[in-house]
Design a protein around this ligand. Structure first.
Ligand SMILES: [Zn+2]
Length: 316
């Protein structure tokens, strides 16, 4: 008790609360937040994958069980993956058993290589992803490598696409000892490789990019599919949610509803634009304009969404 009091007063002196010290752990400028029993999240910056991209823009999480650790997404470069690995080692010495990728996008997968024995001097974990992930990685290998070289330069070195060794067709249960992770493969939504998962011990749902908070949602796969999957997630027994980008939330149904609202407005506006023969260029400026003030990186992401979706929706 006495030791605790001294610690608390020292913390008060340093100007931070007891709770903050418990929830923030700093490892080489790679901050992780403890959001529940054995659940850690690193929040990347809200940056576009364009000029200024540093490979660290998405949420990267790990779950510590009694048998070992599961990693959920690894960041956009080997460098970020190594920082993640170092952060895990500050929390636990247990082996990393699983490296899960929520989908194919480069900001989520390029840190995988840091968990290979050649880089970590530890046993190789199972790499886990959607049944379509291996093909999607193969298909994009060249394009993503070029993009990484151009944007990350030196930091792109050693970043390689490591394909899943364990794939999720429908659902998959991973046993971490005192807790289980239940993975679900989704139909085409944000991409054609989306996986979400829930931790049995804390009820933490990791949505991958099926949910963005603060940052404008991105659709590459199928907007109607994404709206449907977001609706399904609302029925989850989750107690809290870690989105693909943005803060960890307890009020996650509201966050899913915000995302759906944007997606529904975007879909309706693009359909109206097609019906009126307004053309895609105009739609890029006007579609979902009512949402502009509600999201970060809106102009760039929304225009890109229109560019992706308009040609698809013309064939409805
Ligand atoms: Zn993504």
């Amino acid at each position: 008790m006495r030791i605790l009091m001294i610690t608390m007063s020292m913390l008060a002196f340093m100007g931070c609360s007891h709770a903050q010290v418990h929830t923030k752990v700093q490892a080489d400028n790679f901050a992780i937040e403890n959001v529940g029993d054995g659940i850690y999240v690193h929040h990347g910056a809200h940056l576009d994958i364009d000029t200024g991209y540093q490979g660290d823009i998405c949420n990267i999480s790990f779950v510590v069980g009694s048998r070992g650790v599961a990693v959920i997404d690894t960041g956009g470069s080997l460098k970020v993956g190594r920082q993640l690995h170092a952060a895990i080692r500050k929390v636990t010495a247990l082996p990393v058993l699983y490296v899960i990728n929520t989908h194919v996008h480069p900001d989520h997968v390029y840190g995988n290589a840091a968990f290979l024995p050649s880089h970590s001097n530890e046993a190789k974990p199972e790499f886990v992803g959607h049944e379509k992930l291996a093909n999607a990685m193969e298909f994009r290998r060249e394009q993503y490598a070029k993009l990484n070289d151009k944007l990350l330069g030196e930091d792109a070195k050693g970043s390689e696409l490591i394909k899943p060794t364990l794939s999720v067709e429908t659902t998959l249960e991973l046993d971490l000892g005192d807790r289980k992770l239940n993975l679900m493969a989704h139909p085409i939504a944000h991409t054609n490789t989306d996986v979400s998962l829930i931790d049995s011990k804390t009820g933490t749902l990791f949505t991958g990019d099926l949910l963005f908070i603060e940052r404008t949602p991105v659709i590459e796969g199928d907007i109607k599919g994404l709206i449907a999957e977001v609706e399904k997630l609302k029925a989850s027994p989750a107690k809290q949610v870690v989105p693909g980008h943005g803060p960890f939330v307890k009020d996650w149904v509201a966050a899913l509803s915000d995302s759906q609202r944007y997606l529904n407005v975007l879909l309706a506006d693009i359909r109206a634009s097609i019906k009126n023969n307004d053309g895609m260029e105009k739609a890029m400026d006007t579609a979902a304009a009512s949402e502009r003030d509600k999201w970060k990186l809106f102009d760039i992401a929304n225009r890109r969404n229109v560019n992706t979706l308009y040609p698809m929706l013309e064939w409805e």
